[in-house]
Design a protein around this ligand. Sequence first.
Ligand code: IPM
Ligand code: MG
Length: 399
Amino acid sequence: MNQAAIEKAQAHFAELVKEQLERVEQMKQAQDWIDFTKLKPIIIGVCWGDGIGPIISQETQRILSFLLEDEVKSGKVEFRTIDGLTIENRAKHLKAIPDDVLAELKACHVILKAPTTTPEKGDQWPNIESANVAMRRYLDLFANIRPVKVPSEGIDWIFFRENTEGAYVLGSKGTMVTEDLAFDFKVITRQGAERIIRMAFDYAAKNNINKVTVVTKANVVKTTDGLFLDTAARIAKEYPQVQWDGWYIDIMTAKLVDPKRRTQFRVMVLPNLYGDILTDEAAEFQGGVGTAGSANVGKRYAMFEAIHGSAPRMIKEGRGKYADPSSLVRAGAMMLRHIGFAAQAEKLEMALDICGQYEKKLVITGRDDGATAEEFGNYLMETTQDPNIKSRWEASVRK
Ligand code: IPM
Ligand code: MG
């Protein structure tokens, strides 16, 4: 027996347990939701990120500034650029989010975040943690909300992915006990499960949706997923008007492909990694990950991002200006809704459907045979200004 290795692993585990128990204590302290109606200015931080990030985030900011022109003029809304969230700067400081960048983020109320490079084993970058994962944890953005809609096929889903626990929270804290034995850790807490599950049930109840689907693998991953599922059963009792059912991730993944079955799903709530995987699959029905937005919401902060990566290959091949900004623009629309500008959000969402899914007067292909991000941005902005946008959207969806 390698006693030294065992003791080292024990110490490592003890450290993690201590850290997680502290996090539980923090979660127990009730905190109120931020009230955007009372804020002036609402500060929107825009992180440019890596690869195609600067291109699509500038395009998104241009569209949002256009829709919020009056609010920016009146001082209700302020945009702030945060340019230190690049892989070069993060590598220089050997930190997922350098301290000064984190301070800048914390001085904002909401953040629009372009994709950032996540180093992986064997690449040129030091093995720092993903900036998304770190930001979700530092700002306690516990709910990752990802809607997917294909109205013409009856698909109207919204995923509530737990965002601060599961296989992710300790994803960079695994340990090689010996060179032959690797451990990673997965953690679920009662408080962490409760807050995301409650949010999903609240959403269903408020929107008169009579169905919440809880996705786990509790038949095999018994302790952590078991706690998640038990918590769901308990919270569900507070919402007698909402029915719920539990599905395992494997069959759930299959049933999303089944055209008869999939339209019955509406609100899904699930631990972090399952949510990561299932939402990529779901987005594919809507036109791919390039079309889906993602809201990372906590009580104090919120961050809105594309669900795809930074596409360094597009930059290497000189195709950056043909990058599709739709995913980040959709995230921008979710941000508008979150901070209280529902009318602008609705217009932008309809424009995204019309331009990206139905009319397609301009199509983005990622190459020079398609539109540029800027041309597509203009198309979206023009569409939002159409006084008949609603009937145009309805006609598109019915086709
Ligand atoms: C997502 C992404 C991230 C995640 C990556 C980039 C770390 O895939 O937002 O879904 O796994 O959460
Ligand atoms: Mg993902």
